[in-house]
Design a binder for this molecule. Structure first.
Ligand SMILES: C=C1C[C@]23C[C@@]1(O)CC[C@H]2[C@@]12CC[C@H](O)[C@@](C)(C(=O)O1)[C@H]2[C@@H]3C(=O)O
Ligand SMILES: O=C(O)CCC(=O)C(=O)O
Ligand SMILES: [Fe+2]
Length: 338
């Protein structure tokens, strides 16, 4: 078990939310997409429109890359706190513990936030790994390269199905040398002091509700559940963990580029009092100078753009000044004329 430093436990309680009002006979389920099947294109578009979230199998990411990264991550998080803190605080990259971002959000989580650029200098974090420090960098590079390839394939299938030209209209933003993508490894340690509260139906915030600002996020976790997505009626749906699959979510920037057709899904993580959860997420983002606006080729007839144009730099700056649960895109929405 990993000992994390203080803050009162009440700060980590999930606020009560709306009960599920869906017809219990039509329980929504997470779309499952087999990337090896030709019908996946159509299913991908539907999942991005209906949920902004889906699970993929036959993803092509080698199992050995996933296992190696998980074992390096577990090794890192098992180090004494004083050792891990040498890799922090995150500014924006590095080791973080309980504090998420710069604006007062807290969660029962510790994490490593890294630049996803392969040539990034991880020296500050590597010094923690006294033996063979270069192994960590190699393992992250292999994993990120494979996951980015899968993310690009998904984005190209989406563009194909929507008849967008060129088919790399989204994926080229991740492939660009200047792509501003981030990689994060989260560890939610068990919290035995919370067991009593759990009996009263309380939940412990691991990572508070939010949407991801980038284009696309690719998540893989161990077999401890905790991830929840927000449904249209405002209720929360728990996503059963599956360490063999990847979970994909639409980010704010893709919502804007599709003029709201695809939904940037609100999600959160509830921590577990008994089991630890380890997740790794690749956030595929565009270059800082990239203009983000609805694609003209997608706009039909008199369709108005729902968003003011912005560069990724502008959006990112504004996002990083916001709290997790803020509606970040709100500032960039055009007010419809009445
Ligand atoms: C509270 C915050 C943490 C975050 C930056 C922000 O100000 C608002 C967005 C947050 C988020 C969510 C998705 C990713 O985990 C993340 C790295 C990102 O790009 O936006 C985090 C930011 C963070 O942890 O610094
Ligand atoms: O750790 C997880 O499972 C999800 C975390 C998350 O949503 C994030 O880091 O943006
Ligand atoms: Fe997220």
């Amino acid at each position: 078990m990993v000992a994390l430093s203080k803050p009162p436990i009440e700060q980590f309680f999930v606020k009560p939310s709306k009960p599920n009002t869906n017809n219990p006979l039509i329980i929504p389920s997470i779309p499952l997409i087999d990337l090896s099947k030709p019908e996946s294109k159509h299913q991908l578009v539907k999942a991005c429109q209906d949920f902004g979230f889906f699970k993929v199998v036959n993803h092509g990411v080698p199992k050995k890359f996933i296992n190696k990264l998980e074992s390096e991550a577990v090794k890192f998080f098992s180090c004494p706190l004083s050792t891990k803190e040498k890799a922090g605080p995150p500014d924006p990259f590095g080791y973080g513990n309980k504090r998420i971002g710069r604006n007062g959000d807290v969660g029962w989580v510790e994490y490593l936030l890294l630049n996803a650029k392969l040539e990034s200098d991880y020296q500050r974090y590597l010094s923690v790994f006294e033996e063979n420090p270069e192994i960590f960098q190699g393992v992250v590079n292999d994993y990120v390269t494979a996951v980015k390839k899968m993310a690009c394939e998904i984005l190209e299938l989406l563009a194909d199905e929507m008849k967008l030209q060129p088919r790399n209209v989204f994926s080229k933003l991740l492939m660009d040398e200047e792509s501003d993508s981030v990689f994060r490894v989260n560890h939610y340690p068990p919290c035995p002091e919370f067991q009593e509260n759990e009996k009263n139906g309380r939940k412990l915030v691991g990572f508070g509700e939010h949407t991801d600002p980038q284009i696309i996020s690719v998540l893989r976790s161990n077999n401890t559940s905790g991830l929840e997505i927000s449904l249209r009626d405002g209720s929360w749906m728990s996503v059963p963990a599956d360490s063999e699959s990847f979970f994909i979510n639409v980010g704010d920037s893709l919502q804007v580029m599709t003029n709201g057709r695809f939904k940037s899904v609100k999600h959160r993580v509830v921590a577990n009092s008994r089991k630890s959860r380890v997740s790794m997420i690749y956030f595929g983002g565009p270059p800082l100078s990239e203009k983000i606006a609805p694609l003209t080729s997608l706009m039909q007839g008199e369709e108005d753009s729902l968003y003011k144009e912005f560069t990724w730099f502008e959006y990112k700056k504004s996002a990083f000044n916001s709290r997790l649960s803020d509606n970040r895109l709100g500032l960039f929405e055009k007010i419809a004329a009445s």
